[in-house]
Design a protein around this ligand. Structure first.
Ligand code: WQD
Length: 332
């Protein structure tokens, strides 16, 4: 199966490319480096010892992306090419709606035109909004509270309508929980530009003395220690979930949604303490006000992915913390 990986130089995309190549998939990668770095392409080749074609293309550019379809015999695609910072989406909604929606529409139109109607879409647990119940199952109520999350929900609806219009489509919608960590080689990892929005990259920068201290956004939630609880999943486990979704699409068409999480929730303070213990580093922090839009607790019921895809996570929280730090140490 030759898979078009749209956004393959990004954090999740690059780890997925490594897993696919290591499992004898043929891939073609497109990326415009708007939220990734060109050297990642060579790092993927270095890790796997495999070669593949890369095209520097903006997925919103239908003419440019169609050139790739003309040159490559694509069997299916994974769409990673979305902006993903919640706060930025509130400040710049048009940028988010334009990029995230148009890239998905362009890709689906070309997959349809070239008769390769198989897509794995990178969605997010953020589509559940304030959880109806915990752990979250795929049939839980959907609601979004920011433009980033709304783009994900809109694309889910587009894909649902697409499947209703033509059952020849094979569509897997993967709802990520909180991906963290890095490949064991230390060659690829999470490398956000500027001040990180997310917890783990922020902790890493504090441990690396690039930032003075971590602000813990609230300790008065109704959770085990008052701080926010999330389902952190190792990026390599998440990457493998995409391979399993492709295996399913190779066998059958259909429209399916899957939670990709560990099923366990960890608090901010648990993350800080685990990171310090595993890596023998200090992470000074200060309790601050809650962050607007945050929910108290969110973690997955990943039973459906286990039963239908054979998805089960292999990495522990300690592995996630150690690999995130290893990436920094290896790239100082
Ligand atoms: C985790 C916890 C914060 C930073 C978002 C998106 C989701 C996905 C991941 C893209 C919360 C606390 C954080 C900090 C803190 N994005 N925190 N201090 O908000 O669960 O999810 O990012 O795929 O779709 O919604 O992740 O890492 O920002 O926050 O205390 O400096 O850490 O309050 O409890 P979140 P996060």
């Amino acid at each position: 199966m030759k898979v078009l990986v749209v956004g393959g130089a990004g954090y999740i995309g690059s780890h997925t490319c490594v897993d696919l190549l290591n499992n004898r998939f043929e891939i073609v990668v497109v990326d415009n480096f708007s939220n990734s770095k060109p050297e990642v392409i060579d790092k993927i080749k270095q890790i796997t010892g495999k070669d593949f074609n890369f095209y520097e293309v903006d997925a919103c550019n239908q003419e440019a992306l169609e050139e790739v379809f003309k040159k490559e015999k694509i069997d299916g695609a994974i769409h990673f090419a979305g902006y993903k910072a919640v706060g930025e989406s509130v400040e710049k909604p048009l940028m988010y709606y334009h990029n995230n929606l148009l890239s998905a529409l362009v890709l689906c139109e070309l997959l349809d035109k070239y008769n390769c109607r198989k897509i794995v879409f990178s969605s997010s647990a953020t589509v559940y909004g304030v959880p109806e119940r915990l752990p979250l199952t795929e049939d839980c109520r959907l609601s979004t509270t920011n433009p980033y999350g709304t783009t994900k929900l809109m694309i889910e609806k587009i894909l649902e309508d697409l499947y209703k219009s033509n059952n020849d489509w094979g569509i897997c919608i993967l709802r990520y929980f909180n991906p963290i960590g890095a490949h064991s080689s230390g060659l690829i990892g999470e490398d956000p530009n500027g001040i990180p929005n997310n917890l783990m990259p922020y902790i890493v920068k504090v441990a690396n003395k690039e930032l003075p201290e971590l602000g813990v956004f609230g300790n008065d939630y109704d959770t085990k220690d008052g701080t926010g609880v999330r389902d952190y999943i190792h990026v390599c486990d998440l990457a493998h979930g995409h391979l399993l979704a492709l295996n399913k699409l190779a066998k059958e068409n259909g429209l399916n949604y899957y939670n990709l999480g560990t099923g366990h929730g960890y608090s901010v303070l648990e993350m800080v303490e685990t990171f310090k213990r595993v890596n023998n580093v200090d992470v000074p922090y200060k309790i601050k006000e809650r962050r607007a839009g945050d929910i108290a607790e969110c973690y997955a019921d990943a039973t459906k992915a286990l039963n239908e895809l054979g998805f089960k996570t292999e990495y522990s929280l300690e592995d996630m913390c150690a690999s995130a730090w290893n990436y920094v140490v290896k790239n100082k």
